[in-house]
Design a protein around this ligand. Structure first.
Ligand SMILES: Nc1ncnc2c1ncn2[C@@H]1O[C@H](COP(=O)(O)OP(=O)(O)OP(=O)(O)O)[C@@H](O)[C@H]1O
Length: 321
């Protein structure tokens, strides 16, 4: 679709809010983003994942008009971020990875100040309640915790009632409960109609929140699919492990549909295979009056897909070549 547009031949469907075609960005000799193309539909949450230094932040900064690109086309709400900065600013809220404000600025003052940049800001008090900062409205920025600063940066991204919110590592450094609270908030923002681009290092977050996930590695888009679609790329092998309550010959299990291999590991039986093989194995054991103790069944996850696609486990550095 994007390449058609780049060639100037096709009309975009009305629900495409972000259209990136062949984006390229260099920092001197380093190609940080190399021929990246994707679209984001109205109301969608698109995740961007990739190893450290892969080009994720550079990509979203180009979308938000914070960085000039060296090549390719970008349209956000029909505007070119490099040319139509004022139009972009009114429609796109960007939460920055390491937002800093003057230490003495109070929470409500920051929201008020940012709101004053827009013609139709949202109600600041309601926004502070939504992000869970209302009780801290009089606290100075310098006295906020890391998580509170993140929530304030989210409020500032949303104060202009943007059509598109770009969130760059919003939940990095938060404790698990604060992260889950932030996920609820992001779902709430999307339910209100905002299109979201979410850069994250957490595969669980991408799996839970995103309609589609773009995997960027060394500046290039290596995959773009639903979380389920990406997981399939990692293969469909499931693995189960258990301690049988009575001996079971390997060939009883090896002959079952979907089972690929049966091995032993310190008294435990390890079965790998596809599809519903776990159910089949449990039924076969039950027919022999054997129970699988300490049963564990594992399916491929987005972490496995990330590893397959980039060669790194999530959270490890990659970077441009
Ligand atoms: N202003 C800059 N000048 C020079 N090089 C830069 C600049 N900003 C980023 N880079 C380099 O460009 C590459 C891509 O950086 P970018 O921040 O876009 O990656 P990222 O995927 O967001 O990484 P991370 O997950 O660590 O935030 C990295 O090698 C980085 O060192």
């Amino acid at each position: 679709m994007v390449s058609d547009r780049a060639a100037g031949t096709a009309r975009q469907p009305d629900d495409v809010v972000i259209d990136v075609a062949h984006l390229r960005k260099r920092y001197h000799d380093l190609v940080a983003v190399d021929d990246v193309s994707f679209t984001v539909a109205e109301g969608e949450i698109l995740g961007i994942v990739g190893p450290n230094g892969a080009g994720k932040t550079t990509t979203v900064e180009c979308l938000a008009g914070l960085r000039a690109r060296d090549g390719g086309e970008i349209a956000v709400c029909g505007f070119d971020p490099a040319r139509d900065r004022d139009e972009l600013r009114l429609r796109v809220g960007m939460q920055l990875q390491a937002a800093t404000l003057p230490d003495r600025l109070k929470v409500w003052e920051a929201v008020d100040l940012y709101g004053s940049y827009y013609g139709w800001p949202v109600d600041g008090e309601a926004l502070l309640t939504e992000v869970g900062l209302h009780d801290l409205r009089g606290r100075r920025f310098g006295r906020l915790s890391g998580g509170e600063k993140q929530r304030l940066s989210l409020a500032l991204a949303l104060v202009g009632a943007p059509r598109v919110a770009i969130l760059d590592e919003l939940t990095t450094g938060l404790d698990p409960q604060a992260r889950r609270d932030t996920w609820d908030l992001i779902e709430h923002i999307r339910a209100a109609g905002t299109t979201i681009v979410l850069v994250t290092h957490y595969m669980e977050e991408a799996e839970r929140l995103c309609d589609r996930v773009a995997v960027i590695d060394r500046g290039r888009l290596v995959a773009l699919d639903t979380p389920e679609g990406l997981v399939k790329l990692a293969g469909d092998a499931a693995r189960m492990e258990f301690r049988p309550t009575a001996p079971v010959p390997d060939d009883v299990l090896a002959g079952l549909p979907g089972v690929r291999a049966v091995t032993r590991d310190r008294g435990r039986v390890v079965v790998t295979g596809t599809g519903d093989m776990a159910v089949t194995v449990i039924e076969a054991l039950s027919a022999r009056h054997v129970r699988p103790r300490e049963l564990r069944v594992e399916h491929p996850t987005l972490d496995d897909a990330f590893l397959t696609l980039t060669g790194h486990p999530p959270g490890e550095p990659g970077g441009p070549s």
